[in-house]
Write a protein that binds this ligand. Structure first.
Ligand SMILES: [Zn+2]
Length: 389
């Protein structure tokens, strides 16, 4: 076979294929448009989610884009194969039946894509009509930033309070609801625990005088042991800044931590979340060994009654493990201070100071497996008892 004849053969086979498939072309175009419209609404949703939760989504934006592009291509190929299959099914098998398999398949694909579009435009959308659609549709917000809403939905038996895009009306207008004693006793226990890491490896100081013990590292070790234990008890757990390095200056770091916490509060409702920031205390500037020792826990001035109750629960567990130390503790058993992360978070929030990093005995205990286990356990039991009370 010479080259010319080869090309002729390819051409005629090609034409035969095009002729055989040409009836599917209008449907392929319609379905492609529907799939692309779904992509466009997903992209719009991604923009809304990013705006509402900036620091959470920026981390995953690259991942989202590449995986999304791949899944679009696969969807399109699957749709084309389905249409071609339906076309031949109609010609050779179901022609005598009162329906056209190709039209039916195309109708199903377009219907499915339009449903998906509606899910996209109603997710992470504070508007009334969107909330109504969300009664029957899937909330796709979580797909854009890894928050698992299903756990809460299951446990509380209702949809989480929504997911404002800043334009809608988020719960309590984004502010904590004033808590009365009655209110605390009657409301459902929180199901979401947000753990706060202390500082970062790039923050100066925050270490024992000999430099061996680092506060940032200890806090992250405690959190990585505590998180699975809380999850095993059925809680949804988030960590505000898990990476070793944190943004600087400190004002930026703290404001990002609060934004992260408040984004979760907005998603799940302030009453369903608690924030526990885990630190180690220092009596001086961490340059020499000093005498102060023991556990303490802080709430902010004018904090909610729930924050105080959470602090007391944690203190009781620390005391039960012999971690009181030599500092006289207020009779209420918590300290009040206007720490930024306590003052600017919308849910009940406490900050624990787990012994002193400039006390030799404390550092020795914190550096041991036994000491670390005590700190993990006091948080686990303190949180569990607070939530069950
Ligand atoms: Zn600290």
């Amino acid at each position: 076979m010479n080259t010319e004849r080869f090309y002729q053969l390819i051409f005629s086979v090609g034409s035969a294929v095009v002729t055989a498939l040409s009836p599917t072309l209008p449907y392929i175009m319609l379905c492609t448009a529907a799939v692309l419209m779904d992509c466009w609404t997903a992209w719009q949703l991604d923009k809304r989610v990013r705006k509402a939760y900036p620091e959470k989504t920026s981390k995953n934006s690259g991942k989202f884009k590449s995986s999304h592009f791949g899944s679009v291509l696969i969807t399109l190929l699957q749709v084309y194969m389905l249409l071609i299959f339906a076309h031949f099914l109609h010609i050779y098998v179901t022609e005598s039946l009162p329906f056209n398999a190709l039209k039916l398949a195309a109708g199903l694909v377009i219907g499915w894509q339009l449903w998906s579009c509606l899910e996209n435009i109603s997710s992470c959308n504070g508007a009334k009509w969107a909330q109504i659609l969300q009664q029957v549709m899937v909330d796709k917000t979580e797909r854009h930033f890894d928050i698992d809403l299903s756990a809460l939905r299951e446990l509380s038996g209702r949809r989480p309070d929504h997911l404002g895009d800043g334009k809608g009306t988020p719960m309590n207008n984004g502010r904590p609801r004033p808590s009365t004693l009655m209110d605390i006793q009657s409301k459902p226990a929180a199901r979401v625990v947000i753990l706060g890491t202390a500082h970062g490896s790039n923050v100066p100081g925050k270490r024992s005088p000999d430099g061996k013990f680092r506060e940032y590292r200890f806090s992250r070790e405690v959190i990585s042991a505590l998180k699975p234990k809380l999850e095993a008890k059925g809680f949804t757990v988030f960590v505000d800044m898990p990476a070793d390095e944190v943004p600087s200056p400190q004002a930026k770091e703290l404001s990002l931590r609060c934004k992260y916490v408040n984004g979760i509060c907005k998603t799940f409702g302030n009453d369903n979340c608690i924030y526990v920031s885990i630190h180690v205390n220092a009596a001086g500037s961490e340059s020499k060994w000093l005498n102060a020792s023991g556990f303490s826990v802080f709430v902010c001035n004018n904090c909610s009654a729930a924050s105080k109750r959470l602090a007391q629960s944690l203190y009781a567990e620390a005391a039960a493990r012999g971690l009181q130390g030599n500092r006289s503790v207020p009779t209420c058993r918590y300290w009040s201070a206007n720490f930024y992360v306590l003052r600017n978070t919308d849910c009940p929030a406490v900050l624990t100071e787990n012994l002193f990093m400039d006390n030799r005995a404390d550092v020795e205990l914190l550096s041991s497996d036994e000491g670390k286990a005590k700190v993990v356990d006091l948080h686990l039991q303190g949180i569990l008892k607070f939530l069950k009370a």
